[in-house]
Design a protein around this ligand. Structure first.
Ligand SMILES: Cc1ncc(COP(=O)(O)O)c(C=O)c1O
Length: 391
């Protein structure tokens, strides 16, 4: 073989079948081949095990899918390149012209954009309600056929808690699918409810380290089978190396999620008694209006703490800029603490009445609490709250 051929056909290094690597290797390859046309065709028809083309599957992405499905308590999963990718591909796959979707004011902004702008271009209609409006949900579901109820719990950014059992019951009674963005709660929670599809941004708690993006749709086998062809052609593929990093993140997921929840609880308790803070929203706080519901639904309350600072936008700016240990940026769930000031939380797509229901004020700040020492975090928050109050 000439050298130019050899570099394209390097020597094979076989690992014996009885000599397994402890960490699964990354198959950083787009293509897999079989030796015969018949085997290739059988694989494409799903009549034999194996892989063919990365856009459909890869051992690293498949291992991640199987792990996530088990953690969420469902049969199967599809991973893709980002959380928004998972939401977009799921909604595009589920809906067609003339369908109706029920969605909520208290959600991650891009989810509202996808339903109210993107799906609307293809003739999908929607109703937008508050997640607390159970009577409204029942009225809308009874009044028109609805393809899907798309919601979150806890909601981004102010930690409202949806009554998951009630919403699932109403949707089931009226033949609508439930799609729950479970990113804030994590892949280990809410599996006990009658939810059809769980969506996740893996970028957050599954990665944990803020260095890789990914998304997942988790459901029972039949639904995943029906979504799979659309996911394959919509094309937001998760790279095998990203899948490897996410699988690695899962090894410490439970330790991180619980330690971050403990830190967040203590931060919320600290903020809730501070005179510069008007109101604190954390589902683990007994004073939180949704605490009882959260305690019934969740075992861990997550890393996000939202609060309203006295003094509005300018106090929020001074607070965020004074913090030393909190990065002023998007995202949540990673090991370092993060802050989003009120300027970054405005929902421009909502009208005045909807803004009021969303309950995001001029002073709302969102924190995601990391794994730093709680004394350091409290000290940093204390000096930043003093800076916020100083005019
Ligand atoms: C609730 C929720 N869903 C989905 C996403 C989108 O995830 P990604 O950034 O991985 O696309 C986010 C991101 O902040 C989120 O908070």
């Amino acid at each position: 073989m000439k050298k130019s051929s050899r570099v394209n056909h390097p020597p094979a290094v076989e690992v014996p079948a009885d000599n397994r690597p402890v960490v699964a290797p990354i198959h950083q390859t787009v293509k897999f081949e079989f030796g015969t046309v018949d085997d290739t065709l059988r694989s494409l028809r799903g009549d034999r095990a194996g892989f063919f083309y990365l856009r459909s599957s890869n051992p690293a992405t498949r291992q991640l899918e199987l792990t996530l499905a088990e953690l969420q308590g469902r049969d199967d999963c599809l991973v893709c390149a980002s959380g928004v990718g998972a939401i977009a591909q799921t909604l595009l796959s589920l809906t067609k012209q003339g369908d109706h979707v029920l969605c909520f004011i208290e959600t991650y902004g891009p989810t509202r954009h996808l339903i109210r702008r993107t799906l609307a271009k293809f003739g999908v209609e929607h109703t937008l309600l508050s997640i607390a409006d159970l009577a409204g949900i029942e009225r809308v579901l009874a009044s028109r056929p609805t393809r899907a109820v798309v919601f979150e719990s806890p909601t981004n950014p102010i930690n409202r808690i949806a009554d998951i059992a009630a919403i699932a019951r109403l949707a089931r009674a009226h033949g609508a699918l439930t799609v729950l963005d479970n990113t804030f709660a994590g892949v280990h929670q809410h599996g006990q409810y009658d939810i059809d599809i769980y969506l996740h941004s893996l970028t957050k708690f599954v990665s944990g380290h803020g260095d890789v993006m990914g998304g997942a749709a988790i459901a029972n086998a039949g639904l995943i089978r029906s979504l799979r062809p659309d996911f394959t052609v919509l094309g937001g593929v998760l790279d095998p190396h990203a899948a490897f990093l996410l699988q690695r993140g899962l090894k410490t997921y439970f330790v991180r999620y619980r330690a971050q929840s403990d830190n967040a609880q203590r931060v919320a308790e600290y903020l809730s008694t501070h005179p510069a803070v008007e109101r604190t929203r954390y589902p683990g706080l007994t004073s939180d209006p949704d605490h009882a519901l959260a305690a019934a639904q969740m075992s861990d309350f997550g890393s996000v703490v939202s609060f309203d600072l006295r003094g509005g936008l300018e106090a929020g700016r001074r607070f965020a800029e004074a913090l030393q240990l909190f990065a002023m940026t998007a995202s949540l769930g990673s090991t370092e603490s993060l802050v989003m000031p009120p300027q970054m939380l405005v929902s421009r797509d909502l009208n005045a009445q909807q803004q009021e229901l969303a309950d995001i004020t001029d002073g709302t700040v969102r924190l995601s609490i990391g794994l730093e020492d709680i004394d350091d975090l409290r000290q940093d928050l204390q000096q930043a709250l003093m800076a916020a109050a100083a005019v």
